[in-house]
Design a protein around this ligand. Structure first.
Ligand code: ZN
Length: 586
């Protein structure tokens, strides 16, 4: 096998070269390449623009020296990239500036063992030599066009970029090549036509429910021609006013659609829904009508809508247009098993019903995206062992040609869900390439983040819960009195984690202590209310949380309130005046 030498014993003839027309992102790609090559090989490869004369072999970034190798990526996505050796030059190019930067990180992964596990934990090898096989070529595209790890830990722009996430929520800037930017990321019918503005003069624009037009907790009368015209005008204005956005939401609102009727039952809306055997019928018909006009006027923009709660069932007649993203949400599922495993175990389970919908949408939708979940929102710190579920579900989504995935974990400013850091990393890697092996990802993460000396104990702790949870159903709003939580599991967890803590390197002890907080929380809220010194223990727990900068342990709830709940209510179940849109669904 013939190799070419790039850097040998701190010597090189190579230069990193960008085009004189390069973007901010391509120049950043050059500096990232130089930075990590220096850290690994202790040599600062010079960076030039291609307006300078060639002085030796080159690492060409993007279309430097008009290399035109992008042509090999024709027909692939906007983010596909290429690494190739040609006549001793190395080409790193891609279908967009972001793709070129991804190509540089991939090059570093392949040749210096670069990995970014969290924003403050990276690794690379210290090398004497960097050699590349002659005629080396790597072309990579992504398993999913849209990759959103909706965890606070994954919002860091550098982490997202290094892990090739194009998330709307991440702080991705020009230097990162930006992202898939959404305008109104969520529900939007009331933004299109606000009932406060229109209802009094035009009640017919809003949902007719049980014979009465609704102003509160309403949706739109989607068959009304004026509603269509006003909504279309609004979407047009959004697109013109926000040219940097890629996706515009035309989506049902969220008013506890599991409990109250919201969709319009007027004769015309009802007719469409009946023809489609689903309330998604009138939604997709309406969204298509808008998307058709938008496609002609703004061919690169996408329209998003939800298949969520009452609209989750696939319509039997209407088919979403090519420029319509349907985002299917699996909030009703159990997370202790994958969707397919749950279906096999119980063909009447919520997960089995979801599987049916997923399968049916995947047959008719070009751009099917999934909104999935990965933490206990009612008790962020409680063990929520769903790593195997994440892995299997992502592989299922890929099999069914899903194009985008959002995985929602703990997104709060308050930090600290169960294994947030690991789940962010694993999800990001699987969304890049769903064929990655879960155990390999977990092992490399734990070796680096917790340390090789204790990674076996941490992995044993992770597997303890992953094995245990298979015997139960696990939902997003379970309490600490769920039967999966018992004293035996607490004891086993403490033995593993305390041992890991004892043996952890000094700079990694805090990371293990953070794992211990979950078990500590579980132990504390399970104590009888009159347990001796319970309040004092909870106060000590608060101090520890703050040392870890954790200020939110229930979704959207101040820490002081949560600490009071822990003191006053066994299992932290009784939450006076606490309100969540979702948790009473069960
Ligand atoms: Zn109607």
């Amino acid at each position: 096998m013939e190799f070419i030498n790039i850097i040998i014993n701190q010597k090189t003839n190579y230069h990193i070269v960008h085009s004189k027309e390069s973007t901010e992102c391509e120049r950043y790609a050059c500096s990232e390449l130089q930075k990590y090559l220096y850290q690994s090989l202790n040599y600062p490869v010079p960076i030039f623009s291609d307006k300078c004369q060639k002085r030796g072999p080159e690492i060409l970034i993007g279309n430097a020296r008009n290399n035109n190798y992008m042509k090999l990526l024709e027909g692939k996505t906007k983010e596909a990239f290429l690494i190739k050796e040609v006549d001793e030059n190395i080409i790193i190019t891609g279908n967009s500036p972001r793709a070129i930067l991804y190509g540089v990180y991939k090059f570093l992964e392949e040749f210096i063992g670069f990995r970014c596990f969290t924003k403050d934990c990276e690794t690379y090898e210290k090398l004497e030599e960097l050699k590349i096989k002659k005629h080396y070529e790597l072309i990579q595209d992504f398993s999913f066009e849209y990759r959103e790890v909706y965890f606070r830990d994954a919002f860091d722009g550098d982490f997202a970029s290094k892990n090739m996430l194009n998330s709307n929520m991440a702080f991705l800037a020009d230097k990162h090549g930006n992202k898939v930017k959404w305008f109104n990321f969520h529900h939007s019918f009331s933004d299109l036509l606000n009932p406060n503005e229109y209802f009094d003069t035009h009640p017919e624009y809003f949902s007719l429910v049980d014979g009465k037009r609704q102003k509160e907790h309403t949706e739109l009368c989607l068959s009304n021609e004026d509603v269509y015209k006003i909504a279309l005008e609004k979407v047009r204005k959004w697109i013109i006013d926000n040219p940097e956005c890629d996706v515009f939401s035309v989506a049902q609102d969220e008013w506890m659609g599991h409990f109250i009727k919201m969709a319009c039952e007027c004769d015309e809306c009802k007719k469409i829904d009946e023809e489609n055997n689903s309330q998604s019928g009138s939604i997709i018909t309406f969204v298509n009508k808008i998307a058709e006009v938008i496609k002609k006027e703004f061919p690169n923009k996408l329209i998003h809508t939800f298949a969520y709660q009452y609209s989750r069932k696939t319509p039997t007649k209407v088919i979403p247009n090519d420029n319509v993203i349907v985002r299917l949400c699996n909030i009703e599922c159990s997370w202790s098993r994958s969707i397919e495993e749950s279906k096999e175990k119980d063909p009447h389970s919520e997960s089995a019903k979801f599987y049916e919908d997923l399968l049916n949408w995947s047959k008719i939708t070009k751009r099917l995206y999934i909104w999935d979940y990965a933490v206990n929102f009612r008790n962020y710190l409680l063990p929520f062992p769903n790593l195997r579920t994440i892995d299997k579900n992502i592989k299922l989504y890929k099999k069914l040609k899903v194009q985008g995935v959002l995985m929602q974990g703990n997104f709060s400013h308050g930090g600290g869900g169960y294994l947030d850091e690991l789940k962010s990393y694993v999800t990001a890697r699987l969304l890049r390439d769903d064929s990655e092996e879960l155990d390999v990802l977990i092992k490399e993460f734990c070796d680096n983040y917790y340390g090789k000396n204790i990674s076996n104990q941490v992995i044993a702790y992770i597997n303890l819960w992953e094995d245990h949870v298979k015997n139960f159903d696990m939902w997003l709003y379970d309490d600490a009195d769920h039967p999966m939580f018992d004293e035996v599991m607490i004891d086993k967890s403490l033995i593993l984690l305390k041992d890991a803590y004892q043996n952890a390197d000094l700079d990694k002890k805090m990371r293990v202590e953070k794992l211990l907080l979950g078990i500590e929380y579980l132990r504390l809220v399970r104590l009888e209310l009159d347990y001796p010194n319970k309040e004092e223990k909870i106060e000590q727990f608060r101090t520890k949380l703050l040392e870890h900068k954790i200020t939110e342990i229930f979704e959207r709830t101040a820490l002081d309130y949560s600490i009071d709940v822990m003191k006053n209510s066994r299992y932290a179940k009784d939450r006076p005046n606490w309100y969540s849109l979702y948790y009473i669904m069960k």
